[in-house]
Design a protein around this ligand. Structure first.
Ligand code: ADP
Ligand code: MG
Length: 272
């Protein structure tokens, strides 16, 4: 018996920002885990050749044979590359080092910006959410994510140069909307690695709110050492330390995401 009704299709969110180290992967992994804790079925696509989401979810190299590269470039059916994780209701399509060549190889393919969107057909009905962890660039991989997505979620690190590059990202979104995906929406901006002892953090949060208003999530993700420790154990922070401030912030972020999508938020009963 199917647990998800037949007409339902997954909401696809691209987690993107062409800057590295701003919290894309941490957000993809922990927002996905938080949504799973809130009873949603979630799939993460690790679209970064560095494979940090795959490592952070404890998927070792031996279990990355069926990976996103083969889906995009070898016509592997995506459903066959879906790999379970330690988190109930959370699965992953892993990345592999082959993906580092994909930017160039995609140029030669048919429907090169639609490869990911086309591949989603085999999994859309099996999940409530699909989160795409994008690489730190605005190349063909990120373009595939934006073309396949319903919404873009931008992690923004609370530091001095945070807003730099954001206008370029917004121009890219406009171009994608005009050319390939008119339905694409800016789902929200999440301020990450916020340090309340640092005035600059407040300044950045204020600036981005002034510019983007309610598109900025109310929940701010604090800088928290438990967040940075978790990936080395191959665990999402929410499994590593459910009660730490960072984990709890991602639960709140999940609640906001669900609210924006008109979904009911059922508070997770207990730690995963
Ligand atoms: P990106 O995917 O954008 O490159 P990551 O999510 O990998 O960024 O984060 C960059 C680094 O910052 C990683 O080492 C990660 O563990 C750390 N980090 C991310 N979010 C937090 C946080 N809230 N508190 C502390 N460290 C964090
Ligand atoms: Mg990353």
């Amino acid at each position: 018996q199917k647990t998800i009704d037949q007409d339902k299709r997954a909401r696809v969110l691209a987690i993107a920002n062409q800057k590295g180290g701003v919290g894309k992967t941490t957000t993809a992994v922990n927002l996905a885990t938080a949504l799973a804790a809130c009873h949603k079925k979630v799939l993460i696509i690790d679209l970064d050749p560095q494979g940090n989401a795959s490592t952070g979810l404890g998927i070792d190299r031996a279990h990355r044979q069926r990976d996103i590269y083969r889906v995009l470039l070898d016509d592997m059916v995506m459903a066959d590359a879906v790999t379970p994780t330690k988190v109930p209701r959370l699965s992953l399509v892993p990345s592999s080092s082959d993906l580092s060549g994909a930017e160039l190889e995609l140029v030669e393919t048919e429907r090169r910006v639609y490869r990911l969107k086309d591949a989603f057909h085999s999994v859309l009905r099996d999940f409530d959410y699909i989160l795409i962890d994008c690489p730190p660039a605005l190349g063909l991989l990120t373009l595939n994510a934006l073309v396949a997505a319903d919404g873009l979620l931008v992690p923004l690190q609370a530091e001095f140069y945070a807003l730099e590059g954001l206008s370029h990202l917004m121009q890219t979104v406009e171009r994608v909307k005009q050319l390939y995906n008119p339905e694409l929406k800016l789902h929200g901006i999440a301020v990450t690695m916020y340090d309340r002892r640092n005035n600059l953090s407040d300044q950045v949060a204020d600036d981005v709110r002034e510019y983007f208003g309610d598109l900025v999530f109310k929940t701010v993700i604090p800088r928290n050492v438990r967040m940075s420790e978790a990936p080395s154990f191959g665990l999402p922070a929410l499994l590593y330390d459910w009660r730490c401030q960072g984990s709890q912030a991602y639960i709140k972020l999940a609640a906001e995401v669900l609210k924006r999508d008109g979904e009911r938020f059922r508070k997770p009963a207990a730690a995963l």
